[in-house]
Each structure stands twice: as structure tokens, then as C-alpha cells.
Design a protein around this ligand. Structure first.
Ligand SMILES: *Cc1c(COP(=O)(O)O)cnc(C)c1O
Length: 431
């Protein structure tokens, strides 16, 4: 495969933009080499600057659950654009998308639109603190909640201590109110709540972790979070920016039957444009300005063009019979097929999935699978890099890190899945 044009464009971009990328997940640091410059997408496929075609399992990192350039989404965006790009005043689309999100999500009574997942999580954290009048926040190692200062925090040296910054530029003070615990460790949660329960404003968690690769929370773990927060008067926040409307129409909260106090959404609800949201119990949401005193605002929040893309996408999900069941069946066939292809070639790999997201982990044979950050970190990243480039050469575009989720869309056909599995079989046999 020829990447000459991508290479030339990227060489120029690197001089203009740090690392040549506007978000670090796009850099090929973990796999080596240069990112491809993507010119366009249609359905399940993307096309790079050299004209190479790929079946895409990145899907803009999750939003494009109906595939690239879905006609209904493009039509809705086109209509919105012709009516003006934004007014900074309420529009009909905002009412409609709020109504639909509330109808679909078990925990939502009120919702506020923002423009990125990071804005949603930082607003939810501020709200949890403002509502409870407490400072401390619990997060879990391996979960990502956007680039919020108080959440870019690593665990301290002892098993349960308040955090230390894991990026330069974050003050020790910002990190000191964040307690970092291990994912899927119910005992750690109980222990932390027995020590600090009355000081904890909230717990933020990805109910299905997707940012250390796909690691579903166990029902027992998520149930423990629900009980512990309720007993302590803390706010339980499900960060469903990735899992929202992807693992089920009602998101992970419906799948698990656990109702958080607040939830955050992004990715799918914007259908590829910048829409995100946070919402939950009316009593908590009414603590937000202008009803309450917790400040949060946004010039472009609820932008009509972005909302049109989100609404059109949500209408596809809600209006297509068996949308999620069909997508999950396809995803399961793909994930299990990849694991089987690896096994036949004598390679240890575990496919973990939930709904329409999955990761093929080249995990440590001593581990049953990946349940937390420690077992994720034991995966073979060198083997992953060979897998990544081998699949690129065979026309399959995967996320460029072992610790990312792969996504499927309704545009992926059975033939796409077959072609992907054939590529993996051929590749693994060559290892
Ligand atoms: C992507 C993601 C975010 C951040 O969203 P941005 O729109 O990139 O700011 C937050 N939480 C989770 C779980 C995510 O997957």
C-alpha cells in the first residue's frame, strides 16, 4: 500500500501542530509510523489521501454509529446549515433532543447540552461538588473522563490515597481532592467509603470502560457503587460519553438496570458533530445556573447544526427495529472471530465486548482476561503494533492503540465482517 501523499502532508503538519495532531489519540505513538490523512468516508469505509480504501472500526472514535455520511444525517445538517449556523438563543431542536434523550435514558429527568465530553464531565463534577457541598471525588484507574484537571490524576503510592497529577500543569491542589481506586474492585470502594464517605461529593465511572480497551464493569462492582454512594449521600456519575446509546438504546444504565444520579453523554449523541450533555435527577440539575447557583455556560452549547446531526442520528437508533440487537450480533461475530483467528495461530488473545464496542486484547496468558488497568497494562503492545499495521496493509483501519475501543456501525455489512476476519486469519497465520 502506498502512503506517499499522507506522509508528505503529515511532514508539513508536524511543523505546524504539536505532533501533527489535534488530539493525541490520533498520533501513532503506540504503533510507530505516521497517521494517515483521511479525505472522506462513506458508510463503513474511509479513504485516505493516497486513495486507499479501509473498512473503518474507529468511526471518529465512536460517534458514527450509523456509519459515515449517513444520508438522513447529511440531509438534516444541510437543512440546518441553510437556516443559519447559530443564534445563541433557544431553538426547537434543543427541546426535541432533550425530550428524546430523557425518554431513552432511565436516569434522566433534566439534561443540559454542552459541546464536548470533557465539558460534560467537568460540569457534572462541579455540580456534584456544588450540590453536596463536599470536595472529594472518586475515580478509577484506567477510566478516562476527558482532560479535566481534577481527573487527570494518578493513584498515590499507597493502595488508597488521594491522587497526584499525571500531567505537568495540573496543581497538586487540584489532584489532592481526587481519590483513585482500582476498577472492578468492590472491596476498595467499600473501604474508601468507610473512611471518607461523608467527605465524598461524587464517584465518576465508565460503567463499561472503553479507554483502557473495553472492560465492562461487573454488575457487582456497579451495584456496590450505587449502594455506597446512596448510603453516604454522594452523587453517582455514570460517564456514558462512549457507552451512551452505543451499548444499548438506554445506554449502560439500562443494560445493567442501575440508575445513577447524574450521567454524561457525548460521541453518539452528536452523530459526528460536537454535542455532549450531562443530566440526571431534576433536584440535582436544578442546582445549575440559572435555576441554582452552580455556574456552567457555553456560547456554542446546543448549536443548531450540531443538534441536527445528533437528532437525526438518535432518530435512526430509536426508529429502526432491533437496531442495537443487530449491531451487537454483528459485533459479537467479529470479536469472537478475531479471538478464534488468533487462537488458531497459537496467539493468546481475548476479545472483550459490550454492545457495539470491543477490544482484542493480546493479554498475558496468566490472566483470564482484562478486568482492570493492571491486567490491561500487561498486554503485549509490540504484538498489537504488528496486528495494527498488518490490518492496515489489508485494508482494515483499527484504533492505533491496544488501549482503545473498536467500534462498529449499522453501515458495516456481513461482507465487511467476513473481509475483516479473512484479513486477520491471513495475518495471524503469518506471525
Ligand atoms: C471520549 C470520552 C470523554 C471525553 O470526550 P471529549 O468529547 O473527547 O472531550 C469523556 N469520557 C469518556 C468515557 C470518553 O470516552
Amino acid at each position: 500500500m502506498n502512503f506517499t501523499t499522507s506522509r508528505a502532508i503529515f511532514a508539513k503538519t508536524e511543523k505546524l501542530i504539536p505532533g501533527g495532531v489535534n488530539s493525541p489519540a490520533r498520533a501513532f505513538g503506540a504503533v510507530g509510523g505516521n497517521p494517515l490523512i483521511i479525505d472522506r468516508g462513506a458508510g463503513s469505509k474511509i479513504y485516505d489521501a493516497d486513495g486507499n480504501e479501509f473498512i473503518d472500526y474507529v468511526l471518529s472514535w465512536g460517534p458514527l454509529i450509523a456509519g459515515h455520511a449517513h444520508p438522513a444525517v447529511i440531509e438534516a445538517v444541510g437543512r440546518a446549515v441553510r437556516e443559519g449556523l447559530g443564534f445563541g438563543a433557544p431553538t426547537r431542536g434543543e427541546t426535541e433532543i432533550a425530550e428524546l434523550l430523557i425518554a431513552l435514558s432511565p436516569s434522566l429527568e433534566k439534561v443540559r447540552l454542552v459541546s464536548s465530553g470533557t465539558e460534560a464531565t467537568s460540569s457534572a463534577i462541579r455540580l456534584a461538588r456544588g450540590y453536596t457541598g463536599r470536595d472529594k471525588i472518586v475515580k478509577f484507574r484506567g477510566c478516562y473522563h476527558g482532560h479535566v484537571d481534577s481527573l487527570l490524576v494518578a493513584a498515590g503510592s499507597a493502595a488508597a490515597t488521594f491522587g497526584v497529577p499525571n500531567s505537568p500543569g495540573i496543581t497538586a491542589g487540584c489532584a489532592a481532592d481526587t481519590l483513585v481506586l482500582e476498577y472492578n474492585d468492590s472491596e476498595g470502594v467499600k473501604d474508601a467509603f468507610s473512611r471518607w464517605g461523608k467527605e465524598i461529593a461524587g464517584v465518576i465511572v465508565e460503567p463499561v470502560a472503553g479507554n483502557m480497551g473495553v472492560v465492562p464493569g461487573t454488575p457487582e462492582f456497579l451495584g456496590t457503587l450505587r449502594e455506597a454512594t446512596r448510603a453516604a449521600g454522594s452523587v453517582l456519575i455514570f460517564d456514558e460519553v462512549m457507552s451512551g446509546l452505543r451499548v444499548a438504546l438506554g445506554s449502560a444504565q439500562a443494560r445493567y438496570g442501575i440508575t445513577p444520579d447524574l450521567s454524561t453523554f457525548g460521541k453518539v449523541i452528536g452523530g459526528g458533530l460536537p454535542v455532549a450533555a450531562y443530566g440526571g435527577k431534576a433536584e440535582i440539575m436544578d442546582a445549575v445556573i440559572p435555576v441554582g447557583k452552580v455556574f456552567q455556560a457555553g456560547t456554542l452549547s446546543g448549536n443548531p447544526v450540531a443538534v441536527a446531526a445528533g437528532l437525526a442520528t438518535l432518530k435512526i437508533l430509536a426508529g429502526t427495529e432491533n437496531f442495537h440487537a443487530d449491531l451487537e450480533a454483528k459485533t459479537t461475530r467479529l470479536a469472537e472471530g478475531l479471538e478464534e483467528a488468533a487462537r488458531r495461530a497459537g496467539i493468546t488473545a481475548t476479545a472483550q465486548k459490550c454492545g457495539a464496542m470491543f477490544t482484542l486484547f493480546f493479554n498475558d496468558p496468566a490472566d483470564r482476561g482484562v478486568t482492570d488497568w493492571q491486567s490491561a497494562a500487561r498486554c503485549d503492545e509490540k504484538l498489537f503494533a504488528r496486528y495494527f499495521w498488518g490490518m492496515i496493509e489489508r485494508g482494515i483501519y483499527l484504533p492505533c492503540s491496544q488501549f482503545e475501543a473498536n467500534f462498529t456501525s449499522s453501515a458495516h455489512t456481513d461482507e465487511d465482517i467476513d473481509r475483516t476476519l479473512d484479513a486477520a486469519r491471513e495475518l495471524f497465520a503469518s506471525f
